[in-house]
Write a protein of this length. Structure first.
Length: 538
């Protein structure tokens, strides 16, 4: 339907029917384009122009919105209408282009009101277009976030390390319509390729590679060797609060026209996805760490139980004597060892050992010591020959840095004679009834320290009322908060003070004294005691 429009040079106010129709169009929400076209047509007839085109700004260009008459290009450069170029009438956010050009100047008076209306209508049209574009961006972002949410659920839904890495790679490709991708994770201070899809990728990249750093920051191209043959690539870091965990690189975006570079919006999507992937990978790492900790705890409990079975739970009865052994490791398992043995002919064997090191390796050496000592006792009596065979066995079956200090003794209960070999262990304390203290000093190197080690046996006789204390250095080297050692002198004084107590209570007194001396500091070493007392009366 055409409007009754004013003729050239006529007064627009004299045509109420035409203006009434324009007002109707202005009120209609969806008629803004039709309104602009009718206004352009009215402007052309009023000004006498042969052709008129309305252009609106769109970014750095101007796009034709409505035209009457001669052919006009669909796109103009800003320079084409800048600074009032011939044949143009500037409008807010656009311009009119008039043919012939001189009609633009001639229309200044005749179409002045229409020019103002066109400016207002053009501004309204442009604002609606901007709102429409922004709504589209909002809806696109909603779809984008929904896609990321679905991807996040899929990625976070597994604690399987291999499956998660595969999911991260494939979801990244799907999100960006990419042809290829590679996932790198930090390992031993280097980015190592975890997996790739769609093409080859570098096996590893240095964390400090400056070219890679610029690429991941979006400030430079990908290193040539990263995705060989890829025409386009973007990459983003995978990191958590604790620091970087790796990076994700995708290449060659697929479009209807073929391969294309990635727009900036794709980088934003990939950054958001990498955040989700980082959290999922960190959850898997922490889960695996928890499983490993749990496994190690179970193994430690088993090792501690095995060690408890190795150490004696009681002492063999020895008429005329009291015998007691006690051990407490500094950790769940330890490297101290003691044994109380019933030997042929009514003899009694005593052993106290200390393996170098702590924890599980030391506990394994304790097992070796226990089994080897029991086997060798079937071949040798306690003495130098047995200790020499034991030293050769430990040297052949353990690491060079491992050795054992050992005090091995054999008691003849009838005579009180105690024959012993001290292989580099702490001197035993023999507290005589009259208060004198004798030391059972070392008479050879620690077991397993050097090949061909030789040992000598020494002997003492326990009289009635004498008290023998064999111990590990966890007792005498117990530290105070001032780093002072408890020492053998304090231990001897404590034995003298409580020598007549039952041996179990005497052990409690020693334990209490070392604990008070340490004043709550953690136990630094395994502690072991073996006490033997010849009673006053048989």
């Amino acid at each position: 339907m055409s409007l009754p429009l004013p003729g050239p040079g006529s007064d627009p106010a004299a045509e109420p029917e035409a203006w009434g129709r324009l007002l109707e169009l202005a009120r209609e929400e969806s008629a803004d384009h039709l309104l602009l076209r009718h206004l352009v047509e009215m402007w052309a007839r009023t000004s006498g122009a042969r052709g008129v085109a309305l252009y609106l700004e769109q970014g750095e260009l101007l796009r034709r919105e409505a035209a009457i008459g001669d052919e006009f290009p669909s796109i103009l450069e800003r320079d084409d209408v800048a600074n009032g170029a011939a044949g143009t009438v500037p409008l807010p956010g656009g311009a009119l282009v008039v043919e012939p050009p001189e009609a633009a100047a001639a229309a200044a008076g005749a179409a002045a009101q229409l020019t103002l209306l066109l400016g207002a209508a053009a501004t309204n049209r442009r604002l609606k277009q901007q709102i429409k574009a922004e709504r589209f961006q909002v809806n696109y972002r909603i779809v984008e976030l929904e896609a990321l949410y679905d991807v996040g659920l899929a990625v976070a839904g597994t604690l399987d390390r291999e499956r998660l890495a595969e999911e991260v790679l494939m979801r990244a490709i799907s999100l960006l319509d990419a042809r290829r991708a590679a996932l790198y994770l930090i390992e031993n201070g280097c980015y190592r390729l975890d997996r790739a899809f769609g093409g080859a990728a570098a096996a590893e990249v240095a964390v400090a590679d400056p070219e890679l750093g610029r690429f991941l920051a979006g400030e430079g191209p990908a290193p040539a060797a990263l995705l060989p043959g890829a025409r386009y690539a973007i990459g983003v870091p995978i990191q958590v609060e604790a620091g970087p965990r790796g990076f994700l690189a995708v290449g060659d975006k697929e479009t209807r026209r073929g391969l294309a570079p990635f727009p900036e919006g794709d980088r934003r999507i990939l950054v958001l996805f990498a955040t989700q992937a980082a959290l999922a990978l960190e959850n898997v790492r922490l889960h695996q760490q928890a499983l490993e900790t749990e496994r190690m705890a179970r193994e430690m409990e088993l090792a501690a139980e095995i060690q408890r079975l190795i150490l004696p739970t009681g002492a063999p009865p020895v008429p005329g004597y009291s015998l007691f052994g006690w051990n407490r490791p500094a950790r769940q398992v330890g490297g101290d060892y003691f044994d109380l043995l019933s030997l042929p002919g009514g003899q009694v064997g005593l052993a106290v050992g200390d393996v170098s090191g702590k924890g599980v390796p030391a506990a394994l050496m304790v097992s070796t010591l226990h089994s080897a000592l029991r086997l060798l006792l079937d071949r040798f009596p306690p003495g130098p020959e047995l200790v020499e065979a034991l030293s050769a066995h430990v040297l052949a079956s353990s690491a060079p840095s491992k050795y054992i200090t050992l005090l091995l003794a054999e008691l003849d209960p009838g005579s009180g004679a105690l024959r012993y070999v001290n292989a580099g262990h702490n001197p035993g304390l023999l507290l005589r009834r009259d208060g004198e203290v004798e030391l059972l000093d070392a008479c050879g190197l620690p077991v397993g320290l050097l090949p061909g080690s030789r040992y000598q046996a020494r002997a003492v006789v326990l009289a009635r009322g004498d008290l023998l204390c064999l111990y590990s250095d966890g007792i005498t080297e117990c530290l105070s908060p001032e780093d002072e050692e408890f020492g053998a002198d304090r231990l001897a004084a404590l034995l003298a003070e409580h020598r007549d107590l039952p041996l179990a209570e005497l052990v409690e007194a020693i334990d209490g004294a070392t604990g008070a001396f340490g004043a709550g500091t953690p136990q630094g070493d395994d502690q072991t005691l073996v006490l033997l007392r010849r009673e006053e009366e048989a």
